[in-house]
Structure formats: C-alpha cells, structure tokens
Design a protein around this ligand. Structure first.
Ligand SMILES: Nc1ncnc2c1ncn2[C@@H]1O[C@H](COP(=O)(O)OP(=O)(O)O)[C@@H](O)[C@H]1O
Ligand SMILES: [Mg+2]
Length: 239
C-alpha cells in the first residue's frame, strides 16, 4: 500500500507553544482522509507542516515517502493546497483567474484544459466569463478546486473547504471530492464538520487540542457513522 502523506510522532510549536503533540497518521494513494477537529485543534498547522512552511519540533512528516525537510520543493510539487481563504481575483473571470495563476506558477494551461477542469468541478458554462465578484462562495470554491486540478498534483490538501457554503453547495463539493478520490487523487481534507468528514472520508482522525484522540474507518462501500464520530468529537459515549 503506497503512503503519500505521513506524520510520525509529529510535534509542532508555534510562538513557543506546543500545538501538535505526537501526531501519527498516514494517507494512502487514492484515499480521501479527513482530519477532524474544533477551532485551534491544529488542523491548519498540520497542513502547513506537510507543506514545509512549519518545521517539526520533533517527529517527521513525509510526502511520497520522503521527509519534507529533505526536499521541500518535491513535497510542494506533489501537492495542490487549497487554503482556508483561497486568494482569487474578484475583478477577473474564472477563466482569467485560472490563466493568470497557472502562468504565475510557471505551468500555463491550454484553453481546452481550463474548460475541462471547469467541467470537472461542474461550474456552469454561462458563468465562466463573469467576474468572480459576482460568484457565490460555492462557485469561487469550484474555481479554486479547478486551479488545484490544473496543477496536476496527485495530492490535494483542503483546509475547511466547505465553510461558508450552503447545504446544496456542500453536497456538491463532497461529491466532487469523492469523485476525485475515485479518479486516483489522494485527498487530505481538514474540517470541523462531522457530517462532511463522514460524507467524504474513507478514514477520519479526530484531533483535539493538538492530540489525536480518535480514529475511524469506513466499512467497505459504506460511510463512517456520523453519530459515533459526533459523540467522540463532543466527548461523550455513543448512545
Ligand atoms: N500564526 C500563528 N502563530 C502562533 N500560534 C498560532 C498561529 N496560528 C495558529 N496558532 C495556534 O496554533 C494552534 C493551532 O491552530 P490551527 O492549526 O490554526 O488550528 P485549526 O486549524 O485546527 O483551527 C492554536 O492554539 C492557535 O492559536
Ligand atoms: Mg484552520
């Protein structure tokens, strides 16, 4: 089984404070994995460490089997990262944003590739020439995902990708993430949303105040039980 992301006994400090303590988990190739936890649990910190923006105080993070500290460029090249607040330009259209950010990344894409990516995130064709300032948050999120797809990185890191979306947009987004995993992408999504984690993930790790306090695995062709995870999240026994 190929492991694309690994954290092993990972400890991270920020401003001299220990914010991750002995975190161990891995993400397999083609898997959708959710790191679930409340505000301040250390979810974003975990992603920033996998990207090499923060260094472990102890322990290791690996991307495709290689310690991130040993080759930050290789780690980042393998990963498309969707930050909490994706920075796209409101005065540009979806197509213009994609063209601009891809050329900035030194990876220009053809017009056809851009349309294909926008197709795969189901952004309405009629909206593609409109400015992003006219878009709903869900539509902007689709553009951000399309950008991540056009980077053709095999690993996706998604930081709270559905916060601020309405339930229809959330369902659509979760279906998209599952499709991507089905198509071979490896996805690590961090979220505080129990329902979303259960909708999307083959496995969930529950993070509380910098420590991993629970692990859940979906049954074959099934979903992880929302009630069980919810109970663990809020800290009581499942009924
Ligand atoms: N830039 C920062 N400098 C110092 N401490 C930070 C910074 N960002 C976050 N923290 C602290 O690190 C801990 C984990 O934060 P974070 O990883 O952002 O949590 P989450 O993404 O789960 O909400 C929190 O205690 C938070 O206050
Ligand atoms: Mg965060």
């Amino acid at each position: 089984m190929t492991l694309v992301l690994e954290a092993e006994k990972l400890c991270v400090e920020r401003s001299g404070k220990r914010v991750l303590q002995d975190i161990t988990f891995d993400v397999r190739a083609g898997e959708a994995f959710a790191l679930l936890g409340g505000n301040g649990a250390g979810k974003s910190t975990t992603l920033l460490t996998l990207l090499g923006f923060l260094a472990p105080a102890a322990g290791t993070v690996r991307v495709n089997g290689r310690a991130v500290q040993d080759d930050v460029a290789a780690a980042r090249a393998a990963i498309a990262y969707l930050p909490e607040a994706a920075a796209l330009y409101g005065h540009l259209s979806a197509r213009e944003n994609l063209r601009y950010f891809l050329s900035l990344a030194g990876a220009p894409s053809s017009a056809e590739a851009i349309e294909t990516a926008l197709d795969s995130v189901s952004l309405e064709t009629a909206a593609r020439a409109n400015r992003l300032s006219e878009y709903s948050k869900g539509m902007r999120q689709k553009v951000a995902i399309a950008l991540a797809l056009l980077r053709e990185a095999p690993i996706l890191l998604l930081d709270e990708p559905t916060s601020g979306l309405d339930p229809v947009a959330i369902d659509e987004f979760h279906a998209l993430v599952r499709r991507l995993a089905g198509a071979g992408k490896s996805v690590l999504m961090v979220t505080h949303d129990v329902y979303g984690a259960c909708q999307v993930a083959h496995r969930i790790a529950l993070l509380r105040k910098g420590e991993l306090v629970g692990r859940f695995t979906a049954p074959e062709n099934g979903r992880i039980d929302t009630e069980v995870v919810h109970a663990a999240f809020v800290g009581r026994q499942a009924a």
